[in-house]
Design a protein around this ligand. Structure first.
Ligand code: UFG
Length: 339
């Protein structure tokens, strides 16, 4: 059995980070969260998890957290989710992305090295691939991000590789495909307003929070002409982080880079059909032109993670992903109307 070291989750009040906090707590790991609450929500963190409101570039704060949480002197791990995630915004404001995703990750890695924190898990993205020539996409294809978001994450991956070669720290970069759904018990979910991601948008439309869903392009080289993506349930993704942490602890000399996806894709139309089916409603669909920078199809080759970790996805069924997203959206609506 793995020794359960204290884990600091950065961005633990955000969408994916808050699911990772639950996965760690459920499995009995000691957890603390740092989040600056620019896009996260305090309600997403269980009340008994130590919470530090602040920034990951605040070296003094990090040193205090590492000491208070018993993470100094070769103990502990960092799961690093804090960052900015909106691709079009990264095109308009690249320096924000190089600051929040690259420079702040550098500051965090620096603090980890100085305190002797030996394990580091990093939220990376399929956006590091750009528009891959071959799909399903393997981890070892050339990485050619087509936007500053993907580049800012790739730069952090490259930095971590160098840091792990020079210092007693191993890391795991997990490249997420399309993350969706919510905690099956609706303890947390995607809460940020102004979402652009397809499943969140479609669920909002089904619940009357939007008039319709735009379909961005129907002339793609896919079976029904709409874009195909590998949607992964956020709780399966969170579970992969816990397993990755165990793998880092078990082999301190080994770092890992792995796709996180199911290795299958659904089109925009298939997703909208699932939302109609799950809610028993018919969402209004509007055909529109292509959105800039969208690949036809983006599907993970997930052989590496399946071979490396004992990862058994539980929620890969599309209707399950959608129904958990709907359940959370209903609860969120109730919370907002009470606020
Ligand atoms: N789409 C629509 N209508 C919408 C929203 C999306 O038709 O209202 C389509 C898109 O064109 C695409 C698919 O649904 O074909 C999925 O789009 P999302 O916006 O949900 O997700 P992306 O695939 O664009 O983005 C994901 C991650 C990003 C990451 C990117 C890498 O969410 O963080 O993959 O390519 F950068």
């Amino acid at each position: 059995m793995t020794l359960k070291l204290p884990v600091l989750v950065t961005g633990g009040a955000g969408y994916i980070g808050s699911h990772a906090v639950l996965a760690l707590v459920d499995a009995g790991w000691p957890v603390a969260v740092i989040d600056n609450l620019t896009t996260g929500f305090k309600f997403a963190i269980p009340g008994d998890v130590p919470f530090y409101e602040g920034d990951i570039e605040d070296a003094e704060l990090l040193a205090r957290i590492f000491s208070e949480q018993g993470m100094t002197g070769g103990q502990g791990a960092i799961m690093h989710f804090a960052g900015s995630v909106v691709v079009p915004e990264s095109v308009e404001n690249p320096l924000k992305y190089y600051h929040n995703n690259t420079a702040k990750s550098r500051a965090l890695a620096d603090a980890a090295v100085k305190a002797g924190v030996p394990h580091f898990i990093f939220s990376s993205t399929a956006a590091t691939y750009g528009i891959p020539e071959v799909s399903p996409v393997r981890e070892d294809v050339p990485r050619q991000p087509i936007n500053p978001y993907g580049m800012s994450k790739l730069m952090t991956e490259l930095m971590l590789a160098d840091v792990s070669a020079a210092h007693p720290l191993n890391y795991c970069a997990l490249r997420y495909f399309n993350v969706a759904g919510a905690d099956p018990e609706a303890r947390t979910g995607q809460s940020t307003a102004g979402a652009t991601h397809l499943i969140k948008v479609a669920v909002e439309a089904a619940l009357g929070k939007r008039d319709a869903v735009s379909i961005f392009g129907s002339d793609y080289d896919t079976p029904d002409g709409t874009g195909v993506r590998d949607y992964i349930h956020v709780s399966d993704l969170a579970a992969a982080h816990v397993l990755a942490l165990e793998a880092l602890i078990a082999q301190p000399g080994r770092s890992l880079t792995m796709n996180c996806g199911y290795g299958r894709g659904f089109s925009v139309l298939e997703v909208l059909d699932a939302v109609d089916r799950v809610t028993n409603l018919t969402i209004e669909r509007r055909m529109e032109g292509r959105r800039a920078g969208d690949p036809d199809s983006l599907i993970s080759d997930n052989r590496r993670i399946r071979e490396t970790l004992p990862w058994e996805p539980k929620f890969a069924d599309l209707d399950t992903i959608v129904s958990h997203a709907v359940q959370w959206e209903r609860k969120l609506g109730g919370m907002r109307s009470r606020a």
